[in-house]
Design a protein around this ligand. Sequence first.
Ligand code: GTP
Ligand code: MG
Length: 203
Amino acid sequence: MIIKQAEYSGTYVNLESLPVDQKLEVALVGRSNVGKSSLINKLVNRRGLAKSSSTPGKTRTINYYQINQSWYMVDLPGYGYARVSKKEKDRWGQMVDRYLEQRGQLRGVLMLLDIRHEPNRNDVIMKEWLEHKEIPFLLVATKADKISRGARSKQLALIRRTLDLKEQDIPVCFSAQTGEGVEELKQMLQELLDSEEQIKEDS
Ligand code: GTP
Ligand code: MG
């Protein structure tokens, strides 16, 4: 995939107001601070298109980015941000679940994991839930520049074990700093978008 064009196209706080134009969508999920916004920026080569910050919980809304005037990359609120009330956490969680469950034009999900950390309970739940709902997902191990080549295989094995991954589910190592993984990811995104399969009835 060659990304010729990318633009921010809106911020949404509830599902009822999401775009109705039926363009295909790929969504990003992952813990707060895992690097979702940075991945979008690197992929489209536009620093600052998606707001990224070192303060976890920056993205508390659903943000849409239109790519090549043909599909949307959807930045979902990060899960597990500690410094918000339980009530607010529940609200985000429900919004994300309902989005993933009901969005007819969703073609797949990029699930991001920090390569340095063992997946936590929320990661395990998300992965099992995606499988249960039969939503195609790609795993992305972010911040690959932060560990040595040697530590990589050990961390990938830990991720594999903790999430009980299938043989074919190999995380893509990605770095928003060095650009590692960008081409691989673009190719995988193209395959997701090209898949004929309708995941769910449009709702
Ligand atoms: P929320 O919106 O809060 O859920 O976070 P996010 O998942 O969008 O993370 P974001 O992209 O804002 O990145 C969080 C922090 O990690 C920022 O300080 C980024 O600069 C840093 N970061 C993200 N990706 C990388 C990476 O590949 N390498 C390095 N070294 N730092 C990264
Ligand atoms: Mg973000």
